[in-house]
Design a protein around this ligand. Structure first.
Ligand code: UD1
Length: 424
């Protein structure tokens, strides 16, 4: 399955206006959760539109280490078969590569009654606890113990039992994990204060295609009627709304005009609303979204929120855009407590941003200049990349492996739009 490569650094020549069309790839966070869902059945789960990104590769390696067959098929599909799973202890070095990997716990626990894992990895964007996941498993009757840094969870002999689970926070991966566990529990599970992100909804749709009985999809109250077994299914990974947002922001920031083919139109309200507030033109076009810069960029303020609010993953790219806006913009981060890693990097390029706690104040417009910066996480990396495209001169971006985690064919897509970029 592994295609893992890349990393290194980008050398980007700035001063480019982006015009043309970009194909939006499959969504990272939907693909990762859907791959974990394959653990719930001994039949084939086939996913189409799976992006070639390193987070998919690392989760694929983790699943293989548990005994899952993971085949990359031509054309972006992946076939997963978990009929021979024989390892229930996730290897720490693979679990620590991304956050989604902890979602093997719910399915293993529900189907095999046992699962053990270290805490997951992922971006260092603040405290990323897993108490919501574990509390959900415990509510369904599991016992959780610690073995060193590992969490060991065991279901009762008779299996998990459906119950009412209140999520202290509407955690995206927590909701997905508990929902997957509940599909095979005895009786009904009600998940109250569930996350409503489109990737959670799409996972529920896939689970239902596998024979699960989930209702309330898209609401904060999910009802899961447990079934005795799930079967195989085929599902298409939804287009990535964060990649869509990143390119949309790039179009406005560079004074350009991009058609984003296959953009997930139904789930972009907050993004479209805020882009229009900056003066950009945004309309449906050619089965996607067309985003056109509309003269001087206006300063706007926003809060990064759970869905349907503006996604926290677009906080940093949007902040990069606001360095080019006329006036002062204020950003409040309401999801993670350390999304501000991008601030120091954009400041090296000439941006005027101050951050205090979970807020940032951006003054613009500022002339950005090329220098040496780092991609400190996947979205902070996107922010410096966007800044590099509008900056005067050459920018060197270190630690590009972060971008490889979430953006498919990024080099090729940028070059096709006329960006001079080299990966060293
Ligand atoms: C997922 C996405 C990530 C996105 C985030 C928010 C994946 C693989 N990653 O991450 O790209 O930025 O949703 O949309 O899908 N929390 C708790 N207790 C928990 C779990 C989370 O308090 O048990 C808190 C976290 O500290 C954080 C907030 O919930 O403040 C959001 O985290 P969560 O929704 O769990 O994000 P992830 O699922 O990790």
């Amino acid at each position: 399955m592994t295609t893992r490569v890349r990393g290194g650094k980008y050398v980007v020549q700035g001063g480019v206006t982006l015009r043309g069309a970009v194909n939006i790839s499959g969504a990272k966070n939907h693909a990762l959760a859907a791959m974990c869902a394959a653990l719930l059945t001994d039949e084939d789960v086939i996913l189409t539109n799976v992006p070639y990104i390193s987070d998919v590769d690392s989760l694929g390696e983790l699943l293989v280490s548990l005994g899952v067959v993971v085949d990359r098929l031509p054309g972006g599909s992946v076939r997963l078969n978990a009929s021979r799973v024989n390892v229930f202890e996730a290897p720490t070095e693979l679990i620590s590569e991304n956050r989604a990997s902890f979602q093997v716990m719910g399915p293993l626990l529900a189907r095999h009654g046992f699962a053990s894992s270290a805490p997951p990895g992922g971006d260092v964007i603040g405290q990323r606890p897993i108490d919501v996941h574990l509390a959900g498993f415990e509510a369904m009757g599991a016992t959780i113990t610690r073995d060193g840094e590992r969490f060991v969870s065991r279901a009762p002999q008779a299996g998990l039992t459906g119950t009412r689970v209140f999520m202290d926070y509407p955690s995206v991966s927590g909701t997905q994990n508990v929902m997957m566990a509940a599909t095979l529990a005895h009786g009904r599970t009600t998940i109250v204060n569930a996350a409503t992100e489109p990737e959670v909804q799409e996972l529920a749709v896939l689970l239902n295609a596998m024979g699960a009985r989930i209702t309330g999809i898209g609401s904060q109250m999910l009802e899961v009627e447990g079934v005795s077994r799930l079967h195989g299914a085929t599902g298409r990974v939804m287009p990535d709304r964060i990649e869509t947002g990143t390119w949309a922001i790039a179009a406005v920031m560079t004074g350009g005009d991009l058609v984003l083919r296959d953009a997930p139109l139904g789930v972009l309200d907050a993004l479209v609303h805020k882009l229009r507030a900056t003066g950009a033109h945004v309309e449906e076009s050619e089965g996607g979204l067309r985003v056109t810069a509309g003269g001087p960029i206006r300063a706007v303020s926003f809060q990064a929120l759970p869905y349907p609010g503006l996604a926290t993953d677009l906080h940093a790219p949007f902040a990069a855009l606001l360095t080019q806006a006329n006036g002062v913009s204020i950003i409040h981060e309401r999801v993670f407590d350390n999304r501000m890693l991008y601030v120091s990097e954009l400041r090296k390029m000439g941006a005027e941003i101050v951050s205090t706690g979970s807020s940032a104040i951006v003054s613009g417009p500022t002339l950005l200049h090329g220098t040496r910066v780092r991609a400190l996480d996947v979205r902070a990396g996107a922010a410096v990349l966007l800044a590099a495209i509008v900056a005067q001169g050459t920018t060197i971006i270190d630690d590009v492996y972060h971008l490889d985690r979430g953006y498919e064919h990024l080099d090729e897509k940028l070059r096709a739009l006329g960006v001079e970029l080299e990966r060293l």
